[in-house]
Write a protein that binds this ligand. Structure first.
Ligand code: ADP
Ligand code: MG
Length: 711
């Protein structure tokens, strides 16, 4: 290259023949603050900071969120009344016209090569200060008839000056912008410094891998993204950047998996067909085929020498508990102990009850170990575990945290662990005498996406619910049905059944439309003297909350007014009605979790979404039409669009900037394969060619450092 690109970017420093400099010219570096770039002063640097762009590297990865493709624009002459189109043209005249009603309308006439188009923006006189003749603008909106053909633009984008070569007839990148920094200014700045910035960026992926996975170089990808010549080129570039982004997390997951498997040998259990077979014979019902499959997969893992790290993913009510019980009994029939951990004491109690019943015919008595037990009881329980008198124990997470000593722990089952991130799992796997680990989650996510969150785990999926349980009917109701809905609840209570009323907040907030849980509970108590109403919310202390929940479980409370604390709640088969107020405030996946609290008995159950306004939201309607957690997870994902659902937040506090879901789902598999290929050759990422990769991944997931320690 003839010129030094780094020097060129630093062009605002005095240019002198090199060698005669009175001071050293700072080289452009990836961590150089953007403020030192030509064209960016203090003000703009502040605006960039608002966009999350602080350094040269950030600027380079500040990628367009969309492109305007000249080929998808409509020539102005071809825009027909009734069409909804996008056009690009030069402003030839403009002005503000008052109407008789006092509304001020901004008008502009645009021209392209085919003709002219009149546009009108009622009530937006301020545009007079934004739009000037000679500018090239993009407008998009419906064409209507108003003294002739006229567009009422929904969108207006000032692209540049008409002679701006960068935009003429090409693909125009549109950048996320902010006040005081237009996308056009961003485009000009990036355009100006692109070569210089790209030149100092090392490609993080070694060349042979790039070739193997058919990925463009980072430099090509960045050029393609910032200065594409076609939409497909831009997309190819974006996908390379997205793979990079996903790769960091996949490296963590794949490494966690490696460490877990190679680091410690597990126990090679043998299927003796004693307890496991007895359980099968004593079950009051037949296993579903999904349950059988999951048990098969678990047994395969447990009979191997490596430790098991398996996740059973299945919607509420698909019967995960009994699957876990088979795994525990396999440990027991090999002379090992097994522990089941639940997220709350209440859930632990519930599991204890269920399991006690199931294993009673086998002559087993499970232990329940809870924090609230008296000191003497606790000591006795611990002694039994220590001595091996107890083989099956159920408790909360305190079981492993509180240094409970086991005589011979062979398996740990962790229930409802969807809030566990990869780094926490890694810590667990490092712990103790290497028991096998089985995780259960009632939060289904599409399999391909599960790779992102649970790529370090093997997975078994339960899709079908066992037969013989009442269906849950979901209805969407508007405020005009309010009285009828609550009469329905009251009637259910009178007939001896129970109900939940769920609200999104706990106190009357400044938003008058929110009916708070406390007010609701008070009101219902006053209005329905014959019904016993209880209240739980997140501000209650755990013992108090457990007390109310127990009262509900035992039927002492008939109508439970609650916030989302019941989400990972309890199994009350007699609860057949749930009313959810302000359903529009909940995500679909969350609504589905809530709904899972009813329909647990044999009777038909009802989940009623009571909206705050008469507008019926499409998303809620879709929700009423399916009970399939996997499908809802997909809808939820589409709704949220970006990385949130992927658990990125739980596993490192990172949101994906470039990868989008569900569109980039296939890239997850690619990133995963890439991560495994890299780690197979260099498990701790210490080879020279992987240094950059290691640095970047650890910068994003600092707590993952423990996984990459050498020796
Ligand atoms: P979850 O997957 O939500 O944890 P559970 O394990 O609590 O589900 O099971 C839900 C209910 O279904 C329990 O009452 C359980 O006894 C029952 N159950 C589990 N498997 C079957 C089956 N194969 N046939 C009938 N009922 C079953
Ligand atoms: Mg469960």
């Amino acid at each position: 290259m003839a010129r030094d690109p780094a020097r060129a970017a630093a062009g605002h420093w005095p240019r002198r023949p090199s060698g005669s400099l009175p001071f050293a010219v700072p080289q452009l570096r990836l961590d150089t603050p953007v403020q030192f770039l030509k064209g960016i002063g203090e003000k703009r640097a502040e605006a960039f900071a608002r966009l999350g762009v602080a350094s040269v590297q950030d600027l380079l990865f500040h990628v367009p969120h969309r492109y305007i493709d000249a080929s998808s624009l409509t020539p102005m002459a071809k825009a027909r009344i009734g069409d909804d189109v996008a056009c690009v043209g030069t402003v030839i005249s403009k002005g503000v016209l008052p109407t008789r009603k006092g509304l001020r309308i901004f008008h502009a006439v645009l021209r392209d090569q085919s003709g002219v188009l009149e546009c009108a923006w009622p009530g937006q006189a301020f545009l007079d200060r934004v739009v000037t003749p000679g500018q090239l603008v993009l407008v998009a909106g419906p064409i209507r008839f108003y003294h002739g053909r006229q567009m009422a633009p929904r969108e207006l984008l000032v692209l540049g000056d008409a002679d701006d070569a960068a935009v003429a007839g090409r693909i125009i990148p549109v950048y996320p912008a902010t006040e005081g920094l237009s996308h056009k200014q961003i485009r000009a700045i990036i355009n100006q410094h692109l070569e210089a910035m790209v030149a100092i960026l090392p490609d993080i992926l070694p060349e042979p891998l790039r070739t193997r996975f058919n990925l463009p170089s980072l430099a090509d990808a960045l050029h393609a993204v910032h200065r594409p010549t076609s939409a497909s080129e831009a997309e190819r570039g974006r996908r390379r950047l997205a793979v990079d982004e996903l790769l960091d997390l996949q490296l963590m997951l794949a490494r966690a998996r490696q460490v877990a498997r190679a680091g410690q040998r597990g126990t090679r259990f043998v299927v003796h067909r004693t307890l496991t077979t007895q359980l099968r014979e004593h079950l009051p019902w037949a296993l579903t085929s999904d349950q059988k499959q999951a048990i098969r997969e678990i047994f395969e893992d447990m009979t191997k020498a490596e430790r098991m790290h398996r996740l059973v993913m299945g919607d509420v009510g698909t019967g995960k508990t009994v699957v876990a019980l088979f795994a525990m009994l396999l440990a027991l029939e090999n002379g090992y102990q097994a522990a089941l951990m639940a997220p709350t004491e209440l859930l632990a109690e519930q599991h204890h009850q269920t399991l006690s019943k199931l294993v009673a015919p086998l002559g087993l008595v499970p232990e329940l170990l809870l924090g609230r037990l008296g000191a003497a009881d606790k000591r006795a329980a611990r002694a039994r575990l220590q001595d091996g008198d107890t083989s099956l124990v159920i408790g909360t997470h305190a079981l492993v945290q509180e240094e409970v000593g086991f005589q011979r722990l062979g398996l740990v089952v962790i229930d409802e662990q969807h809030r566990f991130g990869v780094e926490q799992r890694a810590a667990l796997m490092h712990k103790g005498d290497a028991p096998d680990v089985l995780l259960l989650t009632a939060t289904p996510i599409p399999r391909s996406l599960a790779l992102t969150r649970f790529g370090d785990l093997d997975m078994s999926i339960l899709k079908t619910r066992p037969p013989g349980r009442g269906a849950v009917r979901t209805a969407l109701r508007t405020p005009s049905h309010r009285n009828r809905v609550f009469e329905f609840v009251r009637a259910a209570a009178r007939e001896g059944r129970q109900a939940y009323v769920v609200l999104p907040v706990i106190e009357e907030s400044e938003r008058a439309d929110l009916r708070a849980a406390e007010t609701m509970a008070t009101e219902l108590t006053a209005k329905w003297p014959e019904v016993r109403v209880g209240l739980v919310h997140g501000r209650l202390k755990a013992p108090e909350r457990d007390r109310v929940m127990r009262a509900f479980r035992d039927g002492e409370v008939q109508v439970l007014v609650a916030t989302t604390v019941i989400e990972v709640g309890i199994d009350v088969p007699n609860a057949t009605v749930m009313v959810i107020e302000h359903p529009e405030r909940f995500g679909l996946a969350q609504l589905h979790q809530l709904r899972g609290r009813v329909g647990r008995g044999e009777r038909e159950s009802h989940c009623i979404l009571l909206t705050a306004s008469g507008d019926v939201l499409e998303r809620l309607r879709a929700f009423t039409q399916t009970n399939d957690g996997f499908k809802i997870a997909e809808l939820d994902l589409e709704e949220r669009g970006r990385g949130d659902l992927l658990g990125a937040r739980q596993s490192g506090g990172v949101d994906f900037k470039i990868a989008r879901f569900p569109e980039d789902t296939d890239l997850l598999g690619e990133a995963r394969a890439l991560a495994r290929a890299v780690l197979d050759a260099d498990p701790t990422l210490t080879k020279r060619e992987n240094k950059a990769l290691r640095a970047r991944a650890l910068a994003r997931y600092p707590r993952g450092e423990v996984l990459f320690r050498v020796g």
